[in-house]
Every structure is written in C-alpha cells, then in structure tokens.
Design a protein. Structure first.
Lengths: 100, 255
C-alpha cells in the first residue's frame, strides 16, 4: 500500500533539491543554449500536455470539456487573463452539463 | 539588522499582489487534490512544502494513479526542472558571503513570481526580501489549497465538473498569451496537446499512466524544440518562463 505521505515527501524532496542545487553547490549561471532553451520550453509543453485531454476527462461530459478548452483558448488569446479565462471555462461546463 | 527588517517588510508588501493570483490558482489546485484522493491536511501540506502549481498538479495526478515512487520522483524533477535556471541566476544575485542556511531558504521558496521580483531589485539581493515575498504570498497559496480541498469534499457532482476546469482555464491563461506572440510556442502547444490526446487514445500507448505520459512528452517535445529552435540571447525572457500572476499581470498591463 503506497502512502500519500511518502508521495508528498518525494514531491517535496525532489522540488527542494532542484531549487537549491545551483544556489549551494554549483553557483554558476547556465550558459549552454540548448539547456536554456529546453528549460524555457518545458513549462509551456508540460502545461499543454496536462491540459488536454485531461480537461475532457475530468468532467461528466467530455464534449463540455472540449467546448471549455475552445472557449478558454479564445478568452486567453484576446487577453482575458487568469480569472476571466478560468471562469469562462467553468461556466461553459456548468451550463452545457445542465442541457446535454 | 535594520536593513534586513526593511527588506523583509518591503517583501511582505510586494508579495500582496502575488498573493491574490496565488489564492485563485491554489484554490483550483486544492480542489483537484481532493478529487485525486488527498485529505485537506495532505493537500495543504503539499502546498506548504512544494510551492509549485504544475509540480503539485503532476504530483496529484501521480497520487491518483498510484504510480511508483521512482516515477513520482522522475515526474516531479522534469516538471520542476526550470527552477534550476532560476536558482542558478539567484546564485549570482546573492552576496558571495551568504551562508548555507540562507541559500537553502531562498532556494526552498523559489517560485516564478518570487524569482521575478527578487531578480529585479537593483544590486545584490538581501535574502530577507525573498522571505517577505514568500511569507505574504505563499501563506495564501497554502490557504487557497486548503479551502479548495474543503470545497472539493462537499460540492455535488455537476459543480465538481465545473470547478474542476478552473485549473485548466488558468493553465490556458498562462500558455496562450505568449503563444500569441511567438509562433514556435504556438506550434509546440498544438503538438503537445495533439500528442497527449493521441497517447491517451491509441492502443498500447493508452495503457501508459497519465503521470508517465506527462513526463515523457515533456522531455521529448521540449528536447526536440531546444535542438530545432534554440533560443539565443534575450536573457530576461528565458529566466521568467511561464508563471501565474506575473504573466497575467503583464497581459493586463499590455492592454
């Protein structure tokens, strides 16, 4: 039986080591362009992978999740920002699931 | 000593706008945590110890699908790997004589937003500025997670669905505005979503857990992008990466 507390401890330990390693032992700037580029792209790629298709799987009706994705992209594209984009996705799912 | 106090108070104050964004994101995150099977206490503890939105989300996905401990470690390492860059930058920004405990504490509290604020002070960084930022903003990160998890335990199913997508909406709000300005990012996001979908539906590949899928696709796509589209210069852009309230704030300022 795997324990949630051990999972949380691993999450903490690994995040902590990554955050303190350059500050304590290496103490150098990362100059390599390939590594810098990789580190720059990671958050965008990982958040995109996390969002889709999970947005369709975490709701009752996958179609509602798909519409939420489309509305979310449009809202964010036109400068909606954090709150409006999140609320727009949420409202789309709530309303569609009432009617579908 | 008086100087430390000054920087600490300034940090506390500058952390307030960050706290507002954190509260919203962590609420959605806590909500997700409760659906992934964590108790309110466990969700709050995760936020107090990990201080990362994508990192904690990945961890909760791993907990929900009961991945091996090794997979959990690999996944957390990849999703948080960009903090290496921020930590390396801060190592230049701190005074040379900064002691080990201070270095560990500054590192523990690196987030995209705290990094952005810390790196923007003129001259060397007084670690107490980072502590002030962290304490005022991350207490709301923990509080939001706690409330999100509480709410996640009590609301009916159709509200779970609707509140569950809040987090994905926030993820979109982080990645889409820079993708509008940068066609490489746009291309990568489309490839990432398409591959993720294909992995979850294709025979054989669909038997891979969500946690491993996130890890593999992040390494492969970001790695290929780094080789094909290396980024030269533009230091600031590289150092900030994607973040939550900072990015959202910038978008509003641009309008």
């Amino acid at each position: 039986m795997r324990s949630n507390y051990i999972y949380i401890f691993i999450m903490f330990a690994v995040s902590f080591i990554i955050r303190v390693l350059p500050l304590t032992l290496i103490r150098k700037q990362i100059k390599n362009i390939t590594i810098r580029s990789f580190l720059y792209y990671v958050p965008y790629v990982t958040l995109a992978v996390m969002t889709f298709p999970a947005i369709m799987e975490d709701v009752e009706k996958p179609v509602a999740g798909l519409f939420a994705l489309i509305v979310g992209i449009i809202t964010a594209w036109f400068g909606g920002g954090l709150f409006p984009t999140a609320v727009a996705c949420s409202v789309v799912v709530f309303v569609l699931e009432l009617f579908i | 000593m008086k100087n430390n106090r000054h920087w600490f108070l300034k940090g506390l104050k500058d952390g307030i706008p960050i706290a507002i964004g954190y509260f919203a994101v962590s609420f959605a995150l806590g909500f997700f945590a409760s659906n992934a099977g964590l108790t309110v206490f466990q969700a709050t503890l995760s936020s107090l110890l990990c201080n990362a939105s994508a990192g904690e989300y990945a961890g909760f996905v791993g907990i929900a699908s009961k991945v091996s401990y090794l997979t959990m470690a690999a996944m957390i390492a990849i999703v948080n790997i960009r903090y290496l860059l921020m930590s390396a930058s801060l190592s230049q920004k701190l005074p040379e004589e900064t002691s080990l405990p201070h270095r560990l504490l500054v590192g523990f509290w690196i987030t995209d937003e705290i990094f952005a604020a810390s790196i923007s002070v003129p001259g060397k960084l007084n670690p107490f500025y980072s502590y002030g930022l962290a304490i005022s903003s991350l207490s709301f990160w923990a509080l939001g997670t706690c409330l999100g998890a509480v709410v996640g335990n009590v609301v009916p199913d159709n509200v779970v669905s609707a509140l569950g997508v809040l987090l994905y909406g926030m993820f979109l709000a982080i990645i889409i505005p820079p993708a509008r300005e940068n066609k490489i990012l746009r291309f990568l996001i489309i490839i990432a979503m398409f591959s993720s979908f294909a992995f979850s539906k294709l025979p054989v590949l669909s038997s891979i857990s969500n946690a491993i899928r996130i890890t593999i696709l992040t390494i492969v796509i970001s790695g290929a992008a780094a080789l094909i589209f290396p980024i030269k210069g533009d230091e600031d852009k590289l150092e900030t990466g994607a973040d939550v309230s900072h990015e959202a704030g910038e978008v509003k300022n641009a309008q």
